[in-house]
Design a protein around this ligand. Structure first.
Ligand SMILES: Cc1cc2nc3c(=O)[nH]c(=O)nc-3n(C[C@H](O)[C@H](O)[C@H](O)COP(=O)(O)OP(=O)(O)OC[C@H]3O[C@@H](n4cnc5c(N)ncnc54)[C@H](O)[C@@H]3O)c2cc1C
Length: 383
């Protein structure tokens, strides 16, 4: 005998309650909408793309100047969230950007700084070595120091958005997996491993799994397996705010980023470029191998001092990449669904503001800030 599943209804369903989804839930709930958020795990968790303690936030955006207005609002919203929950979720820290003169990273950061009048100091590698003795950069490198930068406590940001959302009445359904999203009259119907929901609209923000849910988008989002390593520090400099900045180094081997010590014991380093393609995020190995750690240890051993380049801890995380490295945030043409995905390894800092933008898209059909450069049509993905 067929068992009929009951259908729950709400205004908006958020599918995936990680970095982005937790923020979208909060902004929707703040507007008085009846929201249900569904996640296959128990966020914040370490199975997706938003774990590993910290994330860098910076404003002189080398990827494209169009991100800067979003970053101004993102920073403001992180401050507001910190105030609401009564703990610091964002910390200011200078950022050292280093690369060959004329490289996209150096020139891109300088362009955003110039266009938006952001403070930026230009140094030679020799000058940088005096101020920051733990950096051993190639002699001919250009260095830019950005003070409108810092880091976020990633899992605490997700937890805070969820706490604020649920305290405003949003419902979180952890441990439930969405199988499909389809149109139903003027709204949508969502099927999960537990039941069925109907809603006026949905936001699909399932990170590395987005291509599995929205098959039309699968070819526009590729998932990469990434490693984060923590290295023990041996120099006090890594603990001092004036001696150790955040960093992004466009090295000949690859692009690397890292944070000075936030625990007084280790620094965290990751490799931005490269990474093995993931075919199924659910079955990807999360076991860190020597091979995973090797390029990061080699970078640390060659370009950083005052630490031991043998990782004391490491984790696996995932990047969801679009072909051009810019995010995908748009409304689907055929359904009352907003898709927010393809955050391409640099999306966490924006989750506060893009959750607000997604709430605008759901509620008013348009965003208050310019997100045209993140549209599906630029990827040829709007139909
Ligand atoms: C190693 C690493 C370092 C990074 N460093 C930075 C940085 O310094 N600064 C920065 O700004 N960004 C950084 N990023 C990028 C940033 O962390 C990501 O872009 C961001 O966290 C992505 O958030 P998300 O909401 O898309 O994904 P997630 O947080 O993974 O959320 C997706 C959620 O969807 C859920 N889900 C998936 N499928 C389903 C389903 N079928 N049903 C229900 N739930 C589902 C998952 O369980 C998950 O909770 C980094 C990323 C990595 C991996």
């Amino acid at each position: 005998m067929a068992v009929s599943l009951s259908t729950e209804t709400c205004d908006v369903i958020v599918i995936g309650c990680g970095g982005f989804g937790s923020s979208a839930m909060f902004h929707l709930a703040q507007r008085g909408l009846n929201v249900i958020g569904i996640d296959r795990f128990h966020p914040p968790h370490d199975r997706g793309s938003s774990h590993g303690e910290t994330r860098i936030i910076r404003k002189a955006y080398f990827e494209h100047p169009s991100y800067v207005p979003l970053l101004h609002r993102a920073w403001e919203l992180w401050e507001e969230l910190s105030e609401s929950v009564g703990e610091r979720l964002i910390e200011q820290r200078d950022l050292l950007i280093a690369g060959p003169p004329g490289s996209d990273v150096i020139e891109g950061a300088r362009l955003s700084a110039r266009l938006y009048e952001l403070p930026m100091e230009n140094l030679t590698a020799a000058e940088a070595a005096i101020r920051y003795p733990e950096f051993h950069l190639p002699e001919d490198y250009a260095v830019a120091i950005e003070s409108t930068a810092g880091y976020l406590w990633a899992e605490r940001c997700v937890a805070s958005h969820l706490d604020c959302a649920t305290s405003l009445g949003a419902q979180l359904r952890p441990g439930e997996t969405v199988f499909s999203v389809a149109s139903s009259g003027s709204g949508i119907r969502v099927h999960t491993d537990r039941g069925c929901y109907s809603a006026g609209a949905a936001i699909v923000t399932s990170g590395a799994w987005t291509g599995q849910l929205l098959s039309d988008y699968a070819r526009h989002i590729s998932v990469l397996r990434k490693t984060l390593c923590w290295f023990p520090v041996t120099s006090e400099n890594w603990i001092r705010k004036d001696r150790a900045p955040l960093f992004f180094v466009d090295a000949p081997e690859s692009q690397f980023y890292g944070l000075p010590s936030v625990d007084g014991k280790t620094i965290k380093v990751g490799m931005h470029t490269g990474g093995e393609v993931v075919h199924d995020p659910s079955t990807m190995s999360r076991q860190v191998t020597d091979e995973d750690e090797r390029p990061i240890s080699q970078f640390a051993g060659k370009y950083l001092g005052g630490m031991k380049p043998q990782a004391s801890r490491s984790v696996i995380c995932m990047y969801s990449m679009t072909p051009d490295g810019h995010f995908l945030l748009d409304r689907l043409p055929e359904l009352p669904v907003v898709v927010a995905a393809g955050f391409s390894g640099h999306g966490f800092k924006f989750t506060s503001v893009l959750g607000e933008v997604a709430a605008d898209l759901v509620q008013r059909g348009q965003a208050g800030l310019d997100i045209g450069f993140l549209s599906a049509s630029r990827l040829g993905a709007d139909h």
